[in-house]
Design a protein around this ligand. Structure first.
Ligand code: NDP
Length: 293
């Protein structure tokens, strides 16, 4: 069945996902900053909704990709009169489980389904249509969301009820953050000892310490001094906060993740809202008085 898709949030990762959806199914889009929606429509042929309310009125399935669950809740509240029974909200935001459960309950009261569907794989994965997507929600809504998500995903896993997708995404990103911090600190020390970064990475990447951070992020972004901005450090700091909450609520020790949250929070204050997540390593380099290269 072909469904009318409405997409809200044409940011760094929303844009490439929406591009795949437009190509495969066609879609109506809305973005807070209208200029971005206009540029996207000119490039893809997507239709622009005049407002979020109009988008919700015209769509069967609404997809959101916003910074946090707070903005998702704001959009749902602002469009409340437009929702009707049988519609579905698929939230691609890396959100927080508690707010998502709340939004889902509110929508369920008017017969609207909710699936949390955070993604992993970065902007390059989104462009290639190779993202990993973790779905949280009731099976019937998840099965409705799946063929749409397939437009930009290589791996799609239904992980549990509403909120579990967001919990899993937060834990995944906490592992990313801990990895960036630990690799940055360890490599800074090795370079100070006279080991070139390329040699250190050659060994680590053939050993048990390797990860996406050492195999891709540091060689491509730090050693080259390219520092591209694809995923804001502020958003990773937000994800760490969600992960700390998830661990605390489940009464699990959270020492490593709490420490990463503190370090990324301090870097966010120093580097600002637009810095990329890998730029944490700039702070480590400055404190150590060395460049990892
Ligand atoms: P961006 O900051 O690039 O984009 C955010 C989008 O949300 C923009 O379209 C922005 O509109 C819109 N927005 C912000 N505030 C509001 C609001 N109050 N009301 C309506 N719209 C609003 O973020 P990303 O695209 O990078 O990230 C989006 C989500 O995806 C986040 O949860 C992030 O953690 C997650 N994510 C990001 C990845 C990445 O590599 N970038 C990877 C995996 C997940 P405007 O144009 O007006 O600013």
């Amino acid at each position: 069945m072909s469904e009318g898709i409405g997409f809200i949030g044409l940011g760094a990762i929303g844009r490439p996902m929406a591009r795949h959806l437009v190509k495969k199914f066609g879609a109506v889009v809305w973005n807070r900053t209208e200029q971005r929606a206009r540029a996207f429509a000119a490039e893809t042929g997507a239709t622009i909704a005049p407002s979020a309310v109009e988008l919700v009125r015209s769509a069967d399935v609404v997809m959101t990709c916003l910074p946090t669950s707070r903005e998702v809740r704001e959009v749902v509240e602002a469009t409340a009169p437009a929702w009707r029974s049988g519609q579905l909200l698929v939230d691609l935001t890396s959100g927080d489980p508690a707010t998502s459960r709340d939004v889902a309950a509110r929508l369920a009261a008017v017969g609207v389904g909710f699936v949390d569907a955070p993604v992993s794989g970065g902007t390059s994965g989104a462009e290639a249509g190779r993202l990993t997507v973790m779905l949280g929600g009731e099976a019937r809504w998840v099965e409705q969301a799946r063929p749409l998500v397939e437009a930009f995903a290589a791996t799609i896993v239904h992980v549990g009820p509403v909120g579990t997708g967001h919990a899993l995404k937060a834990v995944n990103n906490a592992l990313l953050a801990v990895g960036i911090q630990a690799a940055g600190e360890g490599l800074a020390a090795l370079v100070k000892l006279g080991v070139p970064a390329a040699k250190a990475l050659e060994v680590i990447n053939a050993s048990s310490g390797r990860s996406n951070v050492t195999e891709n992020l540091i060689p491509q972004r730090v050693v080259t001094r390219a520092w591209p901005r694809t995923f804001r450090l502020a958003l990773l700091d937000k994800d760490l906060g969600i992960a700390v909450d998830v661990l605390r609520q489940t009464r699990v020790a959270s020492e490593a993740i709490v420490m990463a949250k503190r370090v990324f929070g301090e870097a966010r204050k120093e580097l600002g809202e637009e810095a990329d997540h890998v730029e944490l390593i700039k702070v480590i380099e400055r404190q150590a008085g060395v460049e990892i290269k």
